[in-house]
Design a protein around this ligand. Sequence first.
Ligand code: AP5
Length: 213
Amino acid sequence: MEAVVLLGPPGAGKGTVATVLAENGYRHVSTGELLREQIRLQTPLGREAGQLMAEGKFVSDAVVVGMIRGMLEPSATGTRVLFDGFPRTLVQAEQLDDLFTILGGSLSAVVLLECPDEVIVERLSGRRTCQKCGAVYHLKYNPALSGERCDSDGSELEQRLDDRAETIRERLKVYAEQTAPLVDYYRKKGLVRAVDATQSIDNVRHAVMELLG
Ligand code: AP5
């Protein structure tokens, strides 16, 4: 297994870049999506995670690493995995290293999407998501052709609970405290490739594809 980590603040465009990489052979693993699936299924984990996510706080390292471990074991060899939203704490990063040791994989790059807070607030407040398939739109930068419905399946678009203004502020604070230190962690390993994520969607996707060859 060869893996790439997409790192960057909430709303920097990780999911948007991931869709293109998924079309180019990467297996897209988004811990946010995995957790939202648990919320949709109304599992005990989903109920617990939903509360934390609505407040902009992180789900515990043990729960998140457990989910990742469960996903990776069946497909350990010959795959290219793209982690989106994981790892998000130093503990998660260290445990991912341990998983690679166990499974025989390695991290080939950490793509850092750099984006200032004011751009993030505009992106998150204008984001709309398909409640059925999870497709992501933006009212201004990536509108659905049909306005308020998903282009793929016609389902209604909705605003994520954690995209409310007060929750966005909390998410940015938590990112700065708990996730930003990962940049140094991976810089020391020589893995960080920074991209200016304030560019247009097409330009950011192109830049990331170039970086990853
Ligand atoms: P998660 O779903 O991972 O959220 P996030 O990291 O906060 O990232 P987002 O999905 O909000 O943004 P994104 O960077 O993917 O941007 P997007 O492409 O959508 O996690 C949610 C929650 O789950 C966390 O807060 C936490 O509670 C929990 N969780 C998840 N993983 C965890 C973990 N490992 N440990 C603990 N807890 C965890 O783009 C945003 C908008 O901008 C869209 O509308 C898009 O169309 C638009 N856009 C994108 N790129 C551009 C561009 N270049 N120009 C203009 N508009 C753009």
